[in-house]
Design a protein around this ligand. Structure first.
Ligand SMILES: O=c1[nH]c(=O)c2[nH]c(=O)[nH]c2[nH]1
Length: 307
């Protein structure tokens, strides 16, 4: 009976923290630093290690961790997280016959160059908030998938948002409104079209720049023009317009997934019989809360070609 069992295993190392500095002269833009939290997971033919005491096919997770530092050292030119993930994935799937696939996930700690007296500092950085993330899957054949994203991107606007004409029944208390605060913490994932290592453009395409561009398109669409903004009839509609704009602007992004919790700012009205209008809400005092919060998410893709 045991012969008929099937096993699909994978192993790797998570939370491998590595930082890499590239020391360019100030005239060439100054130092560049990245701090990455790397996870590597390989699909590896090492069945006997599960079913017996034979570890002979195991690439130790300790060696996997060491490799992250070796490859960081070898990157003498600045690389994006996506490129570094591909380098690692290629390494494990090409060096070891038993490794058929590698998944590399990286989250970047957002060190941002400081500006002093209006000038970008050559070697000074401060920590930002939202994070660039990537997940790259590489197969032995060289086929791959590159997804990148942003996490913890908190956006808020104090007006130009409403929510009305939704289902109204015996469970409904929420009044219609055309005036509310809308706040969210965007998580976005998008997929690049490269399907094989050979398709990754060498230098003409920069994943890091594309991340910055997507981030800007998401925010610009959320906020609208600086003076008047743009009215949002629901988080759902704003989410859709944000994803659509990313697809419009970047033909090489195949799909976008957005998760946008609705972090409520509840109007404050305080009073009792003796003291009725202690605080009467006039679009000014709110109770901010994220528990509970609305959860709104969607994946928006281009229609599949009919060819
Ligand atoms: O933009 C919104 N979408 C909803 O689905 C929803 N539900 C709710 O209570 N408030 C909101 N706001």
């Amino acid at each position: 009976m045991a012969d008929r069992l099937e096993l699909q295993g994978r192993h790797g190392k998570s939370r491998v923290r590595v930082s890499r500095v590239w020391r360019r002269p100030a005239a060439a833009g100054g130092h560049v630093i990245v701090e990455w939290n790397v996870a590597v997971s390989v699909v590896s033919d090492c069945l006997p290690s599960y079913t017996s005491d034979d570890n002979s096919a195991i690439v130790a997770t300790d060696s996997i961790k060491n490799t992250v530092y070796v490859k960081a050292k070898e990157c003498t030119e600045i690389v994006s997280m996506e490129e570094f993930a591909v380098i690692l994935g290629r390494h494990f799937t090409s060096l070891y016959p038993q490794v058929s696939e590698a998944t590399v996930t990286i989250a970047e700690r957002p060190w941002e160059r400081v500006v002093v007296d209006g000038k970008p500092h050559s070697h000074g950085f401060k920590l930002g908030v939202e994070k660039h993330v990537t997940e790259v899957i590489v197969k032995k054949s060289g086929n791959l998938l590159i997804n990148s994203g942003i996490q913890g991107y908190s956006l808020l606007k104090t007006t130009q948002s409403g929510f009305e004409k939704f289902v109204r029944d015996r469970y409904t208390l929420l009044p219609d409104t055309r005036e509310r605060i809308v706040a969210t913490e965007v998580t976005a994932w998008w997929r690049y079209p490269f399907e094989h290592v050979s398709q990754i453009p060498s230098k003409s395409f920069c994943f890091t720049q594309r991340y910055q561009d997507v981030k800007k398109v998401l925010a610009d669409t959320f906020f609208g023009p600086p003076d008047v903004g743009v009215y949002s009839p629901s988080v759902q509609n704003t989410l859709y317009l944000m994803a659509k704009e990313v697809l419009n602007r970047f033909p090489d992004i195949a799909s976008v997934q957005l998760r946008m919790p609705n972090l409520h700012f509840i109007p404050v009205n305080l009073g009792n019989k003796e003291n009725p209008g202690l605080v009467k809400f006039a679009d000014d005092v709110y109770l901010p809360t994220d528990e509970p919060h609305g959860t709104i998410e969607a994946t928006v893709s281009r229609p599949k070609s009919k060819l």
